[in-house]
Write a protein that binds this ligand. Structure first.
Ligand SMILES: [Zn+2]
Length: 860
């Protein structure tokens, strides 16, 4: 299979051939010489290549690591694709008209040839270290974060000093001289993952959204070809970050930079795997090249202070600022998940205003919003403003809970580790799949459901798992992963392998995930369908639910591992508690019913009020007669903890009329202080209740229900809260007919006028916000202290950090803490950076309070 890959010489020959065939599109140059005197070749590809350096550019580097042959192969294929198709594919033509590609197919020619001809898995260059060892890891030899090492035989030996190597020096010199470079992609293998650059601290960065979104949009193109979804992974605490890499050097020069790890092996079967990797990456590269101009000097400025202005259970209003809006409009994107594409597939608005209201959203649901400015004349777009995230409020009758398994209830069991399986629980990441040392392995998770009422009506459920770094745990293209409900009656001990494989599966949740769609660094979610919700609802009575996560259980010949790792949140490999598996459940509860009898009724006509009857119609002079019904709401439970879910008035008519005229009667919710005819005629109408009944209805049915709409229900809650009586009026609609009266049953025992109220107990209002927030720096960490409200419903305070604006929602930034303590440290934050912290109290529903905001003044 190695014969199918291009050698260094063949690559150089190919480039020369391209220049001969397409002289106006490509030029090549040597940007340096290696220790073994090979030229480090760089090609420039663009329309009218003599102008290459005048256009915004993307830099491609490949095979900096000798054994990672994808870089060189992909470079050759991409150049070939651009040159052969530019005059038939308008997208290519447009892209290379406005952007330049700088491409170094092989940055480590000596190592590459050594890997090709002598030692397949050689990684470094071929420097003679003078002590019998050879090679420097070029991707540790750049200056940013450079870490000196003396172990020359190490595979990651960083060299005697930064830029000690001709290859890294060549790159530095070229990049330093070309400030038109706006994007840099460094191609490696393996893992099928993007590693965007970072600044060695775990804080949001102004171009963090750009980095993730560039990768997500490339991912979108990749998945169109193969269905594969690469991971997008910036490294998270406490993961050790890579020192001295090219990516961070480019990023330090304000270039949007990422490493792309392609494939599942360094030197894979060319026909089976390498071709697939190349095919899926070419459209992604074309997309990225087209983005170069959007980060260049000709791009409009980034939108400022993109933030949430207000939100409800269904709507979110966004606001932002922009200095000069001439010839500018804004594109707004919305996603349900992090690190998803922002392109025409999720563009929800184009506007030249500086605010936008998104409507018809789902309650209690997280949304991600993105924005970029677009130059209406050139079509060039701005960088993204930092994304903003929000969870909509719950509907009036809804509750939600996020449940986590306790440490002893989450772990994996492996076929060949019978003795130690129990110790994995609460300690070791979830290894799911199969490898030679562990055998088949399954993940087990048990969630206690006792915090959810056993009669709850489940509305939405989502399971979330965080797949860990897959560079070590390679996943090839076979097998699938799934989560299933296990019948808890068929298993007594979830740490026992035999019991686990014999346990009965009730149902597998949603679709299984094929290997190529498993991603690392992006949360995996499973949303329950109706049938799965019903299963969970039944399990509420058993107060627990057990899930089994399964992967492939057989290895093909010559393969040693097909194993995915999901974070447990615990143990040394875990990313911390934020990364625990979780289950989010949104639910309501059955309502109770209370029937109120009218506390008073009366019939009001022009010159009489009769407190014994309830009638309406027209008198002899064509004047309207009104029926009034009054209800005392004081018997309803505590207004602050009562949500009316349904409500209706039921009344019954005693008589009907013979008139052929179309007479109808309706019920109004009114606000009347003193009952007299004039007041009634000039009444404040709150709302009509239900629909009018006709003469025919009165004949057909004796009993009539007038249903409250949402607004009237809320008004009734208001009346209750203000300790007022609720008054309703029944009257004919405007058709006039003389001397015509309908009598309604009033105080007859069997036929009372009734107000039927269905309600649930639920705290409706958030708690007080926290007070007395103080900020200090202790041991290089920001420390926050505060005073929690003194309230029996208090459950905790949620602390979120936002570097760019004051957080309006508890999800709007990086979560620092959630719990009942009155202090927290910002463990991974950088105290030198200025930022806002928002503190939100919450109850059991949960209702979140308005934030208390405090600004931390850093050193910038
Ligand atoms: Zn590499």
């Amino acid at each position: 299979m190695k014969q199918q890959y291009k050698s260094y010489d063949q690559t150089v020959e190919f480039l020369k051939q391209c220049v001969e065939n397409y002289p106006s599109l490509i030029s090549i140059e040597s940007i340096g010489k290696t220790w073994e005197d090979r030229d480090i070749m760089l090609a420039k590809v663009t329309l009218n290549v003599e102008n290459a350096d005048l256009k915004p550019a993307m830099l491609f580097t490949g095979t900096i690591h000798a054994r990672e042959w994808i870089g060189n192969e992909l470079a050759v294929s991409f150049i070939d694709y651009l040159l052969k198709n530019y005059n038939t594919n308008p997208k290519i033509l447009q892209t290379i008209t406005k952007n330049t590609l700088y491409i170094v197919p092989c940055l480590n020619p000596d190592g590459f040839e050594y890997s090709r001809t002598h030692f397949s898995f050689w990684r470094k260059n071929r420097r003679d270290n003078g002590d019998g060892t050879f090679g420097v890891d070029l991707n540790r030899n750049f200056s940013v974060g450079y870490s000196k090492s003396s172990n020359t035989s190490s595979n990651v030996y960083s060299g005697p000093k930064p830029f000690s190597e001709p290859e890294t020096t060549a790159m530095k010199n070229f990049v330093d001289k070309h400030d038109n470079i706006t994007i840099a992609l460094d191609y490696h293998s393996q893992g099928n993952v993007f590693f965007p650059a970072h600044k060695f601290n775990h804080e949001a960065e102004i171009n963090g959204t750009d980095l993730n979104t560039l990768c997500a949009n490339m991912n979108y193109e990749i998945s169109k070809v193969t269905g594969r979804r690469y991971g997008i992974h910036r490294g998270k605490p406490p993961t050790k970050l890579i020192s001295g890499s090219g990516r961070e050097y480019y990023y330090s020069k304000d270039i949007i930079a990422a490493v792309v790890e392609v494939g599942t092996r360094n030197i894979p079967d060319f026909m089976q795997n390498m071709k697939e990797s190349i095919n899926e990456n070419i459209p992604a590269l074309l997309y990225a090249l087209g983005e170069a101009q959007n980060y260049s000097k000709i791009a409009p400025k980034r939108v400022e202070r993109f933030r949430i202005e207000s939100y409800t259970s269904q709507e979110v209003t966004l606001k932002w600022e922009y200095e000069c809006k001439k010839d500018i409009y804004f594109e707004i994107y919305r996603n349900r998940q992090n690190k998803e594409a922002c392109n025409s597939s999720n563009l929800i608005a184009q506007t030249n205003e500086t605010s936008f209201t998104d409507i018809e959203l789902t309650s209690g649901t997280a949304y991600y919003y993105y924005i970029r400015a677009v130059d209406n004349i050139t079509g060039v777009k701005s960088a993204f403003a930092p994304k903003t995230k929000i969870k909509t409020r719950l509907e009036a009758d809804e509750f939600s809970k996020t449940l986590f398994p306790t440490p002893s209830n989450v772990g994996y069991v492996a076929q060949k580790l019978i003795e130690t399986n129990r110790k994995h629980f609460g300690n070791n990441s979830l290894f799911i799949g199969i490898n030679e040392t562990k055998g088949a392995s399954y993940g087990m998770m048990q969630f206690d459901l006792n915090k959810i009422p056993s009669n709850a009506i489940i509305k939405d459920v989502r399971i979330s798992l965080y797949p860990l770094n897959r560079v070590n745990a390679k996943i090839e293209k076979y097998g699938e992963w799934s989560i299933s409900f296990i019948d808890d009656k068929t298993i007594a001990d979830i740490t026992d392998y035999d019991q686990v494989i014999k346990s009965k599966i009730i149902q597998t949740i949603g679709q299984t995930i094929p290997s190529e769609q498993l991603t690392q660094g992006i949360w995996s979610h499973w949303d329950f369908n109706e049938c799965e919700k019903t299963i969970l609802q039944k399990l509420l009575k058993r107060e627990k639910v057990i899930f089994r996560i399964s992967g492939p259980t057989k290895l093909p010949d010559g393969r040693d591992s097909q194993m995915m790792m999901f974070d447990l949140g615990y143990g040394k490999f875990g990313g911390g508690l934020h990364y625990r598996p979780s289950i989010d459940i949104k639910y309501t509860i059955p309502s109770q019913e209370i029937v109120l009898q009218a506390s008073s009724i009366c019939t009001v006509s022009k010159d009489n009020i009769d407190y014994e009857t309830l009638s309406c119609g027209f008198d002899k002079n064509n004047d309207k007669i009104y029926g009034l019904m009054c209800f005392d709401l004081s018997t309803l439970p505590d207004p602050d903890k009562t949500v009316i879910t349904d409500c209706y008035i039921e009344i019954k008519n005693k008589n009907t009329t013979k008139s052929r005229q179309d007479i109808r009667y309706n019920v109004e919710f009114v606000d009347i202080e003193n009952i007299d005819y004039d007041n009634i005629q000039n009444r404040d109408r709150i709302e009509f209740i239900g629909y009018e009944v006709s003469r025919a209805d009165l004949q057909k049915n004796k009993s009539h229900k007038f249903l409250f709409d949402n607004f009237s229900r809320l008004e009734l809650e208001q009346m209750h809260k203000k300790d007022k009586n609720a008054t309703f009026l029944i009257k004919p609609t405007s058709a006039i007919i003389k001397d015509h009266i309908i009598n309604w049953y009033a105080n007859d025992e069997k036929h009372n006028v009734k107000l039927v109220v269905k309600y649930i107990h639920k705290r409706k209002f958030p708690l007080q916000s926290v007070e007395d927030v103080k900020i200090s720096v202790e041991n290089s960490k920001v420390k926050l202290t505060w005073k929690n409200p003194d309230d029996e419903d208090f459950r905790g305070t949620y602390v979120v950090r936002n570097r760019f604006h004051k957080p309006k929602n508890h999800l709007d930034g990086d979560k620092i803490y959630a719990g009942s303590d009155n202090y927290s440290y910002d463990d991974f934050g950088n105290p030198k950076i200025t930022k806002y912290y928002g503190l939100f109290t919450y109850d059991d529903i949960p209702n979140y309070s308005e934030p208390t905001i405090i600004k931390h003044q850093g050193e910038e």
